[in-house]
Design a protein around this ligand. Structure first.
Ligand code: PXG
Ligand code: PLP
Length: 442
């Protein structure tokens, strides 16, 4: 006799949903069934304006024909080919295309399937790099409070979001954290880069002094911290991190999973800030959110350090079954073509001041204690309800969904990052609807 439960296809209990309050959601599900350009369609047939590019990934908007066609054609022509000791042309083509839009000096690409895997790949690369150079005492990894680097063990170890870490034991050893750059009481309602706090980068010097530079392999930061609630770096901060890491022979890793592919108005945040890391972590916008894929870009200096010794020996003992998957590669190529054709990697710069003005028009509405923005990223921080943090922002999220706009909340911060194809009228609609909701919140 079968011991299988009798379930209907739309029984919601089997799928244990990620980063979701499962019981709450399943009582009142919010289901999307279709998406085109700037809009989702819900299961009850309503259009919802996408104010978040899905989860910061659908940078060219939804259902873009070139990408859809490339995926369908590649799946039919060759769905999969082994990635180890074998190749297929599109993975190489995509690597070249990526290098051609990346900050100068980042010349080599390793593929993954997500931001989390890209982070693990970058951290392992940093450790192995020092080791192949004969500098194996550099084993420490330095992250930052409030940093988000995905959910795998390396990422939560260097990450600094307490709730993502506290359940999971000892994590990686040899990790330390710089302070975050959020300075309540200063900098509220700043437009763009924050005026104060650049000196926080010198905290890295203190950490280097504590552990000695000879034990530190790499520093990893998000150029703009996204998931933790959009923390825009203070002026000069990233350049200082670059200066300190270079001085001490420490690798600098930028996690550009959110900031990559036009989000801040330049192809990468490294371009915006004029600071080039040694390793750049990407995912999300690489395939416009269609097929899971990430990419880690590294300098020739790092790559070449591995290309020593006998040629039959595998240089870096790392990789995934789906690294450079053909369908993902085809999606990536078509995505980069779409970005190029429509100028999307720099469109954020054209819209940034309109976006900024629209966002800051919410200043003065009830409960709004800070507004932050850069490129096409925006955040509105609300005063938490005493004794019930997150509830106020979550209720804004639910009302927004009901009123036809998609926003994200983290804690009591509302984050927005619309597809880069958004029009000014749609910015007005998004911010206007949100403003109306803020007026009605408890
Ligand atoms: N690094 C950074 C900087 C990220 O923002 C990851 C790594 C992990 O990527 P994957 O593909 O493994 O999820 C991320 C992901 C949000 C939100 O609402 C942000 C992310 C994911 C889901 C939601 O802020 N960032
Ligand atoms: N677990 C087992 C038993 C495997 O055989 C493999 C890959 O061969 C993995 C995990 C890793 O899977 P992936 O390469 O998709 O990350």
């Amino acid at each position: 006799m079968s011991n299988r439960r009798n379930v209907t296809p739309n029984d919601l209990s089997a799928f244990w949903m990620p980063f979701t309050a499962n019981r709450q959601f399943k009582k009142a599900p919010r289901m999307m069934v279709a998406a085109k350009d700037m809009h989702y369609t819900t299961s009850d047939g309503r259009k919802v304006l996408d104010g978040t590019a899905g989860l910061w990934c659908v940078n060219a908007g939804h259902g873009r024909p070139r990408i859809v066609k490339a995926i369908a054609e590649q799946a039919a022509e060759m769905d999969y080919a082994p990635a180890f000791q074998m190749g297929h042309p599109k993975a190489f083509e995509l690597a070249n295309a990526l290098v051609s839009i990346a900050p100068q000096g980042l010349n080599h690409v390793l593929y993954t399937n997500s931001g989390s895997e890209s982070v693990e790949t970058a951290l392992k690369m940093a450790l192995a790099y020092h080791r192949v150079k004969g500098d194996g005492s550099r084993f420490r990894l330095i992250g930052r409070e409030r940093g988000y680097h995905g959910v795998n063990f390396g990422g939560i170890s260097v990450g600094g979001i307490v709730t993502n870490r506290k359940m999971f034991g000892t994590l990686l050893t040899g990790v330390d954290h710089m302070p975050h750059t959020h300075t309540p009481g200063k900098n509220q309602f700043t437009r763009g880069e924050r005026e104060e706090g650049g000196d926080l980068a010198t905290e890295l010097e203190r950490i280097v002094t504590l552990h000695d530079a000879s034990t530190i392999a790499a520093v990893i930061v998000e150029p703009v911290a996204g998931s933790t609630g959009v923390l825009i770096p203070p002026k000069g901060y990233l350049q200082k991190l670059r200066d300190i890491t270079r001085k001490h022979g420490i690798l600098l890793i930028f996690d550009e999973v959110i900031t990559g592919f036009g989000r801040v108005g330049t192809p990468f945040a490294a371009d915006y800030f004029g600071v080039t890391p040694d390793i750049m972590v990407t995912a999300k916008g690489l395939t416009n959110g269609t097929i899971p894929m990430g990419a880690v870009l590294v300098t020739s200096e790092i790559h070449d350090a591995f290309m020593q010794g006998p040629e039959h020996v595998i240089e870096f003992m790392h990789g995934y079954t789906y690294s450079g998957n053909p369908v993902a590669s085809a999606a990536g190529l078509a995505t980069l073509e779409t970005y190029k054709e429509e100028g999307l990697l720099t469109r954020g710069a054209e819209l940034a001041s309109y976006w900024e003005d629209a966002l800051h028009s919410l200043k003065g509405l009830p409960h709004v204690i800070d507004i932050r923005n850069l490129g096409l990223i925006g955040a509105v921080e609300l005063e938490p309800i005493a004794g019930s943090p997150t509830e106020r922002a979550f209720s804004a999220f639910v009302k927004a969904f009901e009123q036809g706009i998609l926003i994200r909340t983290t804690g009591d911060i509302i984050a927005m990052s619309p597809p880069l194809i958004i029009t000014k009228a749609q910015i007005d609609e998004l911010i206007g609807t949100l403003g109306g909701i803020l007026k009605t919140l408890e």
